[in-house]
Design a protein around this ligand. Structure first.
Ligand SMILES: [Cu+2]
Length: 167
């Protein structure tokens, strides 16, 4: 009986762990890439940006660049100093923290007139996205004295691995 419970717990960890470790990579604008005359708010609509995911800005080198700005910089298309620009043409940004993020192109009037700006909201990653709260509760309450420490240990390991991946 106790052994069965251990396997149950292992099964949960096996299901939960990959979903924690898996980060998504978003090509901004998909096939269009990072350019003028494209609706990036429309592109971002319905997408779930989670901590650990990546944004990739793709464009011909020299044609555009990428600046991370604040809300005011986004609203008014104010580019920070050139030294802060990403210019590789394949700029990957890892979304390290939750919250609102703003990006603009600082070339010419691409932001003001070309609408080359992106605003997203990054969400905190849930630790157990595949396990419903009710399910988790019933498992916790049915775990007996012997398996409880093992369950806690496995959860601690899961959290440790998750923090190693994302911090
Ligand atoms: Cu541009």
């Amino acid at each position: 009986m106790a052994i069965d419970r251990v396997f149950d717990v292992l099964a949960i960890v096996a299901i939960v762990l990959p979903s924690i470790a898996m980060a998504e990579e978003f090509i901004v604008g998909d096939g269009i890439g990072w350019t003028i005359g494209f609706d990036y708010q429309d592109w971002a609509k319905g997408k779930d940006f989670l901590v650990g995911d990546k944004l990739v800005f793709q464009y011909p080198v020299g044609a555009h660049n990428v600046f991370k700005v604040n809300g005011t910089g986004f609203q008014n298309c104010i580019a920070p100093p050139q030294s802060e620009a990403l210019t590789s043409g394949n700029d990957t940004i890892t979304l390290a923290t939750p919250g609102r993020k703003w990006y603009i192109c600082g070339v010419g009037k691409h932001c003001e007139l070309g609408g080359q700006k992106l605003f997203i909201t990054v969400q905190r990653k849930s630790l157990a996205p595949t396990m419903a709260p009710s399910q988790a509760l019933s498992y916790t309450s049915s775990v007996n004295e012997i398996t409880a420490p093992i369950y806690q240990l496995l959860m601690a390991v899961t959290v440790t691995i998750a923090s190693m991946v994302f911090l």
